[in-house]
Design a protein around this ligand. Structure first.
Ligand SMILES: [Fe+2]
Length: 305
């Protein structure tokens, strides 16, 4: 009795009230569990879609107007590959294979690869094997990206530059140019190193040596085009941004979650007399997902304009 009195005096709730509190807690826990389950399901669905989209390669033939293109070079076709990011924990090798298969079908005059090629040593052999499937008559040219030179915070990135490209007809252009003849016209292709530009000391316009040539600059970073003096080159081919890689729907289009400071995200742009083409590339970094930024490989057909 003394104990019971103390119990009541201490204000302990009667049994019915205890039961009521327990029920409320159960309901709250159940709601929380349902919310967490829904969140996990939504996250899983989003990740599944992101993984699917990372493999949903867009293949396209696109007419690219270039100011002052010589009539002899009208219709010149360039397969633009970029950002393989081969070797990272992802399905990047599969997308690269699909992109190369498109190139094999299209038989381009020239192939270019605009950086972020082998992002981990385990991807090197696959890159060499795939590029060896292409044999363009005007050659295959590459420039490096920041992941190739190690200038990245991606913890999965251990970029390597192949010492030999094996059977692949690749000419890697590291701050140098080459001249190739087509239909009696000279085409000069230059490849710019990424790190000098990141540090503000690059002068890509000085890579060209032939005034009479049709000049193409391979520059991993698309915003390089804004630094070029007028008349430096006719065509700049770039990659780097993966079209944003992870974007969200927004009024009037999509919203980037990273790299928001970059000006040219993807597609074809005219900057003065220079045409810029930015590839969304085929690979991914950091996470193996894409959202509203499909991978792409494009066969560019040059036309005067
Ligand atoms: Fe990249």
């Amino acid at each position: 009795m003394r104990n019971a009195s103390r119990c009541c005096a201490s204000g302990s709730p009667p049994p019915a009230a205890v039961f009521g509190t327990s029920s409320t807690a159960c309901v709250a826990n159940s709601s929380r569990r349902r919310a967490l389950s829904a969140l996990a399901a939504a996250g899983g669905a989003l990740a599944a879609w992101g993984l699917f989209e990372s493999q949903w390669l867009e293949t396209r033939i696109e007419e690219v107007p270039v100011a002052g293109l010589h009539p002899e070079l009208e219709g010149l076709s360039i397969l633009h590959l970029s950002d393989f990011h081969a070797g990272t924990p992802s399905l990047n090798l599969r997308t690269m294979r699909m992109a190369v298969s498109f190139g094999v079908e299209q038989q381009p005059d020239m192939v270019v690869v605009t950086g972020d090629i082998v992002t981990h040593p385990r991807g090197e052999r696959a890159v060499l094997e795939q590029l060896a499937r292409l044999d363009p008559p005007l050659g295959m040219y590459g420039s490096l990206g920041n992941h190739d030179t190690g200038a990245t915070r991606d913890p999965f990135s251990r970029g390597v530059v192949p010492e030999s490209w094996g059977a692949a007809p690749m000419q890697l252009l590291r701050d140098r140019s080459v001249v190739v003849e087509a239909h009696g016209r000279a085409i000069e292709v230059a490849g710019m190193e990424p790190d000098a530009w990141s540090q503000g000391s690059a002068r890509p316009q000085e890579l060209f040596v032939r005034d009479d040539a049709f000049r193409i600059l391979l520059a991993h970073f698309p915003d390089v085009v804004d630094d070029l003096p007028p008349g430096s080159c006719s065509l700049v081919l770039a990659g780097h941004l993966h079209g944003g890689q992870i974007c969200l729907p927004a009024p009037g289009g999509r919203m980037r979650l990273s790299h928001t400071e970059w000006r040219y995200l993807d597609g074809v742009h005219r900057v003065g007399d220079t045409t810029l083409v930015v590839s969304r590339g085929t690979g991914t970094t950091l996470v193996p997902f894409r959202l509203l930024a499909r991978p792409e490989v494009v066969l560019l057909r040059l036309t005067a304009g």
